[in-house]
Write a protein that binds this ligand. Sequence first.
Ligand code: BG6
Length: 476
Amino acid sequence: MHDTLLLFGATGDLSQRYLFPSLQHLLRDRLLPPDFRVVAVGRSDYDDGGFQAWLRERLANGDSRDDTALEDLLRRTHYHALDLNDAEAMAATLSQYADRPSVSYLSTPPDLFAPATRGLKAAGLLEGESRLVLEKPIGHDLASAREINATLKAALDESRIFRIDHYLGKAPVQNLLALRFGNTLMEAVWHNRWIESVDILVAETAGVDGREGYYANYGALRDMVQNHMLQLLALIAMEPPSALDADSIRDEKRKVLRSLRPMTPADVGKHSVRGRYEAGVVDGEAVRGFKHDSEVETFVALRAHIDNWRWSGVPFRIVTGKRMPSRATEVVVSFKPVSHWVFERPSKERARSNRLRMRLQPEETIELGLMGSLAAPEWGATELQPMSLDLSMSPAPIRRIAYERLLIDALKGDQTLFVRDDEVEAAWHWIDSISDAWRQAQTPVQPYPAGSWGPPAAVDFLPATLFGNGHKKKAS
Ligand code: BG6
């Protein structure tokens, strides 16, 4: 396990909210090597003491175990103020850390990936066994992603490049693989013969606040679908890998991403809805709308098709939005109706098809919706009703921050939960087809009040489970 972590973007939001707290927890739980050290790099002009005071103020929480770990983390942390466009300065300041293999983590905007890589190379920090971790987004479209990947590969081998998608670090997301490939029952029906449709929903109550500049350039399609949602889709739709190693899994995910049917200007109107929140009420609080000159969406609903043997004809509805009424990340697999219905009650039309609902956030539950009858025959005709088989873990497991797992894996050199160059490019290829189609068809961004489930036109894209209504009419 490597014991030197260089963290670029050390004063940024992600570092404060997730990366340093993750390191604090890992130190608390003694999961890091004895000589572990952090080299924090940011733009703000601190010395070691100034940076440590700044970080202490943000992370101290009064819990004695956490606070002891925080002091330990601060003792191991050195800070440097650097401009990542200045390769010479990077080399002069950082080459002292090239004495042992390291992991450099770029938690920076993507336009700094190429210059920072050049600076790291000049500092000798990408040699031998050293690794590079990159935060999403990898570019803004396929062309820019290819450019970034080419620059990275000119500096170090793909086996030492770790592209983060923090959804892959979430335990319930990894559980999708366990459920699918650890169970004969699931895999036996995981097929277009038995599955009618799949819903993937990531709804957030949070808005764009504080990230307007970044968001105006990306929107929900690039910020959420290109990475997190397509990774979920790939895990649900992939073929069984022959082994659990990084490339066996990533080969299968890539095949799915490459089978996504590109969107065309002719069908984008039918298969997508874009929305943007206006003022409204979320969690009982009045919130402002998202105002910006750019025509960017904060909500997107898509109907995707995977053109391969297993999934032909099965719609995957992908929906994500900010300022929704509640936070929910879930995958719902709806099965086909039984082929011959023999019961009088309910009638065939009113029977509910089986459904597997996997809720990943905020709580973790797995429910299998079945039809059954509790009525004894002497009461008259058998009457079926929907029943739910609840596979939730109780008590709910305590989960680590996704980044804790990813940091450990990067320090160990395990790429399984990181995204490979060809996956990123395949995902952008499909995303570009949507943004091009939107542009050509001039697809409007429709307003929705904060605290609602998006524009009215999106209703057919939402999972029926959201409304507790198994019969919601849905155009597939
Ligand atoms: C990030 C996006 O990658 O994921 C954010 O940039 C989004 O816009 C966040 O809010 C959601 O992550 P999580 O873990 O809260 O579901």
